[in-house]
Structures are given as structure tokens and as C-alpha cells.
Design a protein around this ligand. Structure first.
Ligand code: NCD
Length: 359
């Protein structure tokens, strides 16, 4: 087991000053790209994408190439030895011995942390199931910092699939750490945020309201974060069909919004933002995707420069006989992984996926 690398699994593993330094570095890279064109010369980044991706994978690859480095990897596990039954541990062990930094996206929660346990180089979480997507959050923070000029005192609406949307989970966890932000969580009853996240917001003293009407909420917002209904995370197609198209941002709704609202979306968009909104100057989701390259350049450079010890991967404890109750947790598929839980008493919180298990 290797824990000596500066992995990037969850933004909240690092202090807010560290995030702010990354944002400042990304800003400098945007202003002076030539100064950074060779800083990763001779380094190799591997991208292991077990799930589809356009922006995340390509922006990582672009970032490494613009830093002067090289890239290897797969975006279709069926063309790798994964299709022969190779486990995550062996794949990451080997690929991390070829590369200097490894970027992983995987359909199971906690997978990036699991990969980091066996990797011989820093691991970056590019989305672990419905759990977290911290580099999208860095992209979102950079977008807000550059376009709103602040990360504080904002009323931020999150709309859509707040249950399965990993970008929502990561961004909420980040924005609650900046002062005076308020959150308006707009979803159907079925697709509200997970219980662990609601408790986390309460524990942080965050101001938040949960509601179902986008029409009612939109006029109060400084930021609207629209999301796709995460079809691939539903257990039945019928359930997905019931939820799709409940929220559609269109021109009529934009008429009710503030003149300085910004509309973010991690993309891909399906039908939740009508294309007529694209021409509205408040729609900044295409700019947002471009910011993703600069913040990933800053992240790769920082992790490759880092010589400090990484945050502990499994700070919790083993509990004899305990198994995570989340069937989409990596520990329930890759059985060799050491189980680890935080929490006292009867409620255990999984160190990989954060879900609760009652003992
Ligand atoms: C998001 C993801 O993969 O979670 N996409 C992205 O990385 N920009 C959002 C989504 O798929 O809905």
C-alpha cells in the first residue's frame, strides 16, 4: 500500500488556501501560457477512463500536452486487460509504474481512492461513480472566480439530479467552505442530495433550502448550476423516464432571473437547458469547459511538484464484520480492499464512498 503521493481524491482533503493557490496559478497560466509550456517536459500522464467522457478526459490530455508532457491511457476498458478480468489494483499498480501521474474515472464510488492505495504515483479522481468529481469543482471555482470575481456571499442554485450528480456533491462540499454562501437545492423529492451531504451542510452551519420549483427559485440566484439527470445511475429505465424533463431552463425562465446571474453546467447537456439559452450572455457553460484546461494544468503541475506527504487515504478504522451498505461502493466489488470506516457508535461512514452503514 502506498500513501506517500500527493493524490487528489477529494478537494476537501486539502485546505482552502491550497485551492486558492491553484486558482491563482491557473489564472497566471491563462495570462502567461508560454512560461508553462515546458514545465512537465519528460513526464507522462496516464488516463484510465472506465466510463465515457469528452471534456474531462480531453481537457486533462490537453492540459498535460500544453505543459510539455506526454499522455498514455485508455478510454474504453474493453480494449484493455480489464476485459480479461483484471482488477483495479493490478491495472493501477502497473500503469502507475509507467506514468508520473494517473487520472482515473470509474463507475463505482470510492474507486479513485482504491486506485491510490496501490498506485506508485499521484492519482487524480476524474469522477468516481455518483460520489465526487473534484476536478470539475476546481473548474467551477475557477469559472466563478474569473466571471463573478468572488467565491463568497453567493446564492447558488443547484438544479436537477442532486442525488446522483457527483459534480453537485463536490461543488457543495467546496462552496460551504467559503463564507456567506447560500444554497438553494432544486430537485424532485426522489433526486435530493444524499443524507450524508445534508448532515455535512448542517454540521458546517451552511444556509440551505430544498425546493421543487425552478421558476420560484431562479429570481433569487447569483449562480444557477444546472445538471443532467444521470440516466446511467438509475436502477430502472422507467424511473429515469419519470424524472427526465422535469426541469428545463428556457428563455421564459431566464426572464425571471437577475441580470448578473451566471448559468453553469458541467456538461454534457441533454434537454435540461434549451439551446435558445446559449445566446444569453448569462449562459457561461461553454466558457466553463474551457477554464477546465487551465485549472487541470495548475493541478498537474502542483501534484508533480509536491514533495509533501499526502493526506491519509484511510483515516478511519476497521470494524470486524462491517461491510459498506452502498452496493455501488468499490469495496463491494473489489473484495481485497481493506474496509475502513469513520464514525462512532452504530453508524459507520465508509472511508471510500461516505455512505452510512448501520451496524
Ligand atoms: C459530468 C460527470 O461526468 O459527472 N461531466 C463532466 O465531467 N463534465 C456531468 C455529467 O455527466 O452529467
Amino acid at each position: 500500500m502506498s500513501e506517500s503521493h500527493a493524490n487528489f481524491i477529494d478537494l476537501n482533503d486539502y485546505p482552502v488556501e491550497w485551492w486558492n493557490n491553484l486558482l491563482a496559478l491557473a489564472h497566471d497560466i491563462m495570462q502567461n501560457p508560454a512560461d508553462y509550456a515546458q514545465v512537465c517536459k519528460g513526464k507522462i500522464m496516464a488516463t484510465l477512463f472506465y466510463e465515457p467522457s469528452t471534456r474531462t478526459q480531453m481537457s486533462f490530455q490537453t492540459a498535460m500536452l500544453r505543459l510539455g508532457g506526454n499522455i498514455i491511457g485508455f478510454d474504453n476498458p474493453s480494449s484493455s486487460s480489464v476485459s480479461k478480468g483484471e482488477n483495479l489494483k493490478d491495472t493501477t499498480k502497473i500503469v502507475s509504474s509507467y506514468a508520473d501521474v494517473l487520472v482515473i474515472r470509474h463507475p463505482l464510488a470510492g474507486s479513485a481512492k482504491a486506485a491510490a492505495l496501490s498506485a506508485d504515483c499521484p492519482v487524480i479522481n476524474a469522477g468516481d461513480g455518483g460520489h465526487l468529481h473534484p476536478t470539475q469543482t476546481l473548474t467551477d471555482l475557477l469559472t466563478l472566480k474569473e466571471l463573478k470575481g468572488t467565491l463568497e456571499g453567493l446564492t447558488i442554485g443547484f438544479c436537477g439530479d442532486l442525488k446522483n450528480g457527483r459534480t453537485v456533491h463536490s461543488l457543495l462540499k467546496a462552496m460551504k467552505c467559503y463564507p456567506k454562501n447560500r444554497f438553494v437545492l432544486i430537485s424532485t423529492k426522489e433526486l435530493g442530495i444524499p443524507a450524508y451531504l445534508r448532515d455535512m451542510l448542517h454540521a458546517a452551519g451552511a444556509q440551505f433550502a430544498e425546493m421543487q420549483s425552478l421558476e420560484e427559485a431562479i429570481g433569487t440566484l447569483d449562480v444557477l448550476y444546472m445538471t443532467r439527470i444521470q440516466r446511467e445511475r438509475f436502477s430502472s429505465e422507467m424511473e429515469y423516464l419519470r424524472q427526465k424533463d422535469v426541469y428545463v431552463l428556457d428563455h421564459a425562465k431566464m426572464l425571471r432571473a437577475k441580470s448578473d446571474l451566471v448559468v453553469l453546467h458541467p456538461l454534457p447537456r441533454v434537454d435540461e437547458i434549451s439551446t435558445e439559452v446559449d445566446e444569453d450572455p448569462r449562459a457561461v457553460y461553454f466558457q466553463q469547459a474551457k477554464f477546465g484546461v487551465y485549472i487541470r494544468m495548475a493541478l498537474i503541475k502542483t501534484l508533480l511538484d509536491a514533495n509533501a506527504a499526502a493526506p491519509a487515504l484511510l483515516p478511519g478504522r476497521t470494524v470486524p464484520g462491517a461491510v459498506c451498505s452502498n452496493e455501488k461502493c468499490i469495496t463491494n466489488s473489489e473484495h481485497y480492499l481493506p474496509k475502513s470506516f469513520a464514525g462512532l457508535g452504530d453508524i459507520l461512514e465508509c472511508d471510500y464512498c461516505d455512505e452510512r452503514t448501520l451496524m
